[in-house]
Design a protein around this ligand. Structure first.
Ligand code: GLU
Length: 463
């Protein structure tokens, strides 16, 4: 199989784009085929500086290896569409010569009217039908000097039957489709044209992409037919949806992979989560590492209908993977998310990792271990300064000298002060951590060591 991921460099890698790239990657690896990265940069108005670099960085962060692409070359390049203009020219001239496409000539004024919206693109499409019948040699000559766009002729009064690897068979009514522009007035191809030419010339066997491209299928198939080429196999992946079933959108959700990385989601959880959006094996297995996904993925278990991007589920995956990391690896991963001078131990992580949803959470969860002084809420200050609170703290300091066992200290303090067990635990917890909820106290005391416990209790007494 030869597969491709063909993003437009419009600024960032969309989570849906990463899912598409992953599925293509799984299939390429499974089949020992090739995965190609092609940059679809023919829309010059939407170019964003560094977008390509950023895309490549994110894809390699996810562990997706390409066999060919602008960053590694290959036998079918160039892999940026903006560098392939002469190739497209050859094929649009061929389509004009065979009568499958026609150039439509535009005066400067008409172009301007189209640009400003004074002439709608629907009206232009209808008006442009006058160019359908043309004399080839006059027209080729005119193309040397005048502004033109090229339109593909869609055969009328016909249906197109199409079989999608995921969606099954679909019938398109060609009467509903206008002749699309394949070459724009700036000489650049439109997405449809460049995409088809490149998929063919790069010998792509399977096009696996988002469902939003399904309506383009008739145009693509007609292009293949008009050029006398047989189309690749197509599979259109289900849309990603918000919880309310609307299409996942920038307005309602973070959609860039980078923002999830910044928010402290791990690679393993994001990849696992995205891969299960629209695909699952028989049974209810949930957790997969990348190599397991490569082994298990299959197109025939991709769903037809939309998949809900449920952040709660992503959170659960993230917590799972955080808990399963090896310590050294995890320390590295965590370092951008915590102050540089914190020296983290396995015990510290064990103390809080059940509570951590993202890597960002560790800053808060661990800060009490590292801060010189704890801060307390007014309610907690009241507890520490109450008569019983103070006696618990004093007695704790005294009894610490006699034993190392927290259980024994607790018994001795309760005997000394007559406090209820709850009063003991709550007071000591607040004094040691600043909070009345949190991880097991004996673990905290272990991490602190005797001196730090003493200084925390003394600080609480001196409030
Ligand atoms: N350039 C298109 C995109 O940005 C590619 C669509 C396709 O895979 O054909 O998603």
């Amino acid at each position: 199989m030869r597969l491709r991921f063909a993003p437009s460099p419009t600024g960032y890698l969309h989570v849906g784009g990463l899912r598409t790239a992953l599925y293509n990657f799984f299939l390429a690896k499974q089949s020992k085929g090739a995965l190609i990265l092609r940059i679809e940069d023919t829309d010059q108005n939407r170019l964003v500086p560094n977008a390509e670099e950023n895309l490549i960085k994110m894809l390699s962060w996810a562990g997706i290896d390409f066999d060919e692409g602008p960053h590694i070359n290959g036998d079918y390049g160039p892999y940026r569409q903006s560098e392939r203009l002469s190739i497209y020219k050859k094929y649009y001239l061929q389509l004009i010569e065979t009568g499958s496409a026609y150039p439509c000539f535009y005066s400067e004024q008409r172009l301007k009217d189209l640009e400003t919206g004074k002439l709608s693109s629907e009206d232009a499409t209808i008006e442009d039908t006058v160019f359908q019948d043309f004399n080839l040699s006059d027209t080729l000559q005119k193309m040397e000097t005048e502004n033109f766009v090229v339109r593909l002729k869609i055969p009328n009064h016909d249906y197109l039957n199409f079989n999608d690897l995921i969606k099954g068979s679909i019938k398109f009514d060609l009467n509903l489709i206008n002749d699309p522009i394949i070459i724009k007035s700036d000489g650049f191809p439109t997405y449809h044209f460049a995409n088809v030419i490149d998929d063919h010339l790069m010998q792509i066997t399977h096009v696996i992409r988002g469902e939003e491209w399904l309506p383009s299928i008739p145009k693509h198939i007609i292009l293949y037919q008009s050029l006398g080429w047989s189309p690749p196999h197509f599979g259109h992946l289900p849309l990603l949806l918000n919880n309310d079933k609307s299409k996942l959108s920038k307005r309602k959700n973070d959609v860039s992979v980078e923002s999830y990385i910044k928010k402290g989601y791990t690679k393993e959880s994001l990849i696992n989560f995205l891969s299960l959006l629209g695909w699952h094996e028989k049974g209810d297995r949930e957790f997969y590492y990348l190599n397991e996904l490569i082994e298990s993925f299959s197109l025939d278990r991709v769903n037809k209908s939309g998949a809900i991007f449920d952040v709660q589920k992503l959170n659960a995956f993230n917590n799972h993977y955080i808990k399963h990391y090896q310590f050294d690896q995890f320390k590295k991963l965590l370092s951008p998310f915590i102050p540089k001078d914190w020296i983290i131990t396995q015990d510290m992580l064990d103390l809080v990792k059940d509570k951590a949803v993202t890597l960002c959470d560790f800053n808060n969860l661990l800060s009490f271990l590292f801060s010189d002084y704890l801060s307390f809420s007014n309610a907690n200050i009241e507890i520490l300064q109450s008569v019983i609170g103070r006696s618990v703290l004093q007695s704790f300091l005294m009894n610490m000298k006699n034993t190392n066992s927290l259980k024994e200290i607790a018994q001795l303090v309760q005997k000394d002060t007559n406090c209820a067990p709850k009063e003991f635990w709550n007071t000591i917890r607040i004094a040691l951590t600043g909070d009345s909820h949190g991880p097991a106290l004996d673990m905290i005391i272990n991490i602190y060591g005797k001196d730090k416990v003493k200084s925390r209790i003394t600080d609480a007494l001196n409030l």
